[in-house]
Design a protein around this ligand. Structure first.
Ligand SMILES: Cc1cc2nc3c(=O)[nH]c(=O)nc-3n(C[C@H](O)[C@H](O)[C@H](O)COP(=O)(O)OP(=O)(O)OC[C@H]3O[C@@H](n4cnc5c(N)ncnc54)[C@H](O)[C@@H]3O)c2cc1C
Length: 438
């Protein structure tokens, strides 16, 4: 990374899950710190090397987003520093400038982020550079919504009640970073790394707009479970990368739909669970569920991944995921239940498959959703609740509009027969879970 020589002291705002100029807590604090701000985004080599697909759509989303942000910075006589490397390498390079005084960043609660920030914080501390962090990715930070005795909630309903009781005006107060952009350092940033520099290729997946459709939110309680209509907001990728502010979203929830707001609180809940129980990202939250003797069946796993199980709602969902990087929530529940109940395959296999393909992949919500389906999660469906994929289809896609979109050969001789028989698979799941848990 070639940096120009800096002639005056500066601070850095490090963009991570907060890719926006407006209503950004850490950016606002940096811009009002009294020193000019160098905005930074790092294409983290540690994360990039863990991705399997060279055309991973998340990399394209990031590249497009930071390119737009860089243009915006340029139009203000400044620049966005977009680096490629490990965060520690990039910070070391900034330390060499001799003018680097502090880093401002928003909190990130994933176990990897914890490790990364610990390393960066040590490095900066050893060089007298401060590392300031702020709550921005969630409305209420992990550790804020706790039981009266200070312990974390593990059940959603009491968490949600306490979330409401604990909510203060400042939780939703906007941080008007966009009003202080004149405090960005006036400089010319190096060119952005290209896809080739990053070792990737652009994906052709289309991304949803970073906008909340108020009509959808108002009708949410009625339309949220129907996968064939635009009945949910589709903002998950924007909350994931911070291209939308969670505070703005929550305020819309308060105004237009309690039901929708509740979904945003689920998001806070799962982040809090991840922070309090990081081991549950790879182990069953209820440890006895790790005794379930999962089957090993590559053919069934492949059929599930490729949308060829012979159950149309499952297949439609799996194909939607591959084609768009998105899957409707109702269908996520059905395909997840199908994998760990009907096929008796380890929920972690499904969780990793989602992690690879979902544009909105968030470790906390993904593991939360998977452990809910497997029965092993903190506030999970009981093990004997096995979704019937055929009645789910009849209930939520009665005219098969969703299925017909994603499984055009359904109803013809080209469509596969069911890979497991429902009644047998359901009973096998209940018996196996029961034996393992008692
Ligand atoms: C097995 C499984 C895996 C999942 N993996 C993820 C994931 O990796 N990332 C992710 O953001 N969501 C995940 N979800 C939750 C949910 O399916 C998605 O958030 C939702 O489908 C996104 O669509 P939307 O933006 O239209 O949501 P809307 O229904 O419009 O909801 C608004 C927002 O609320 C949040 N939200 C909604 N439902 C949930 C929920 N159950 N848990 C936590 N947050 C929620 C999301 O940020 C969403 O964008 C998963 C659910 C299941 C069952």
């Amino acid at each position: 990374m070639n940096l120009p020589s800096f002639t005056e002291p500066f601070v850095v705002h490090w963009f991570r899950r907060d890719l926006r100029w407006h209503d950004n807590r850490s950016l606002h604090a940096a811009l009002t710190s009294g020193l000019p701000v160098v905005p930074l985004f790092v294409f983290d080599a540690n994360i990039l090397k863990s991705l399997d697909d060279r055309d991973d759509a998340r990399v394209t989303f990031l590249h497009q987003t930071v390119s737009l942000m860089a243009r915006e910075a340029q139009s203000r006589g400044s620049g966005l520093l977009v680096a490629h490397g490990t965060p520690s390498e990039v910070m070391k390079r900034l330390l060499e400038t001799g003018q680097f005084r502090a880093v401002y960043a928003n909190e990130d609660y994933e176990p990897y982020a914890d490790e990364r920030d610990g390393e960066v914080s040590l490095l900066l501390g050893g060089n007298d550079v401060a590392f300031h962090t702020f709550t921005d990715h969630v409305v209420q930070a992990p550790g804020e919504v706790v039981k009266p005795d200070g312990n974390p909630y593990t059940v959603f309903t009491p968490f949600s009640k306490r979330w409401h009781a604990n909510l203060k005006e400042e939780h939703l107060r906007a941080a008007p970073s966009e009003e202080h952009l004149d405090q960005l350092l006036q400089w010319s940033a190096p060119n952005l790394p290209t896809f080739k520099d990053l070792g990737f290729e652009p994906s052709d997946i289309a991304f949803p707009d970073a906008q909340v459709d108020l009509q959808v939110v108002r009708n949410y309680a009625e339309t949220r479970d129907i996968p064939s209509v635009r009945g949910t907001s589709r903002i998950s990728v924007h909350l994931r990368f911070g291209t939308l502010s969670i505070r703005e979203a929550a305020k819309l929830g308060f105004k237009h739909s309690d039901k929708w707001l509740t979904e945003l609180i689920w998001r806070d809940f799962y982040q809090a669970i991840m922070r309090a129980f990081p081991h549950s990202m790879i182990q069953a939250f209820k440890p006895q569920y790790d005794r379930v003797p999962w089957r090993h069946d590559d053919a069934h796993f492949e059929a599930w991944k490729n949308g060829k199980t012979g159950y149309p709602l499952v297949d439609a969902g799996m194909r939607e995921l591959r084609a768009t990087g998105f899957m409707h929530n109702r269908v996520r529940m059905v395909v997840a239940s199908f994998l760990c109940k009907h096929l008796l395959l380890d929920w972690r296999l499904g969780e990793r498959h989602f992690a690879k393909h979902l544009l909105d992949f968030e470790l906390a919500s993904n593991v939360g959703g998977w452990q809910w389906a497997a029965g092993s999660g903190c506030d999970a469906a009981p093990y004997f609740r096995v979704f019937n994929p055929t009645s789910q289809l009849e209930k939520f896609d009665p005219d098969c509009a969703y299925v017909k979109t994603w499984v055009p050969e359904w109803g013809t001789s080209h469509y596969p027969a069911p890979i497991v028989e429902h009644k047998m698979a359901r009973q096998r799941a209940i018996d196996t879970y029961k034996a393992a848990l008692t």
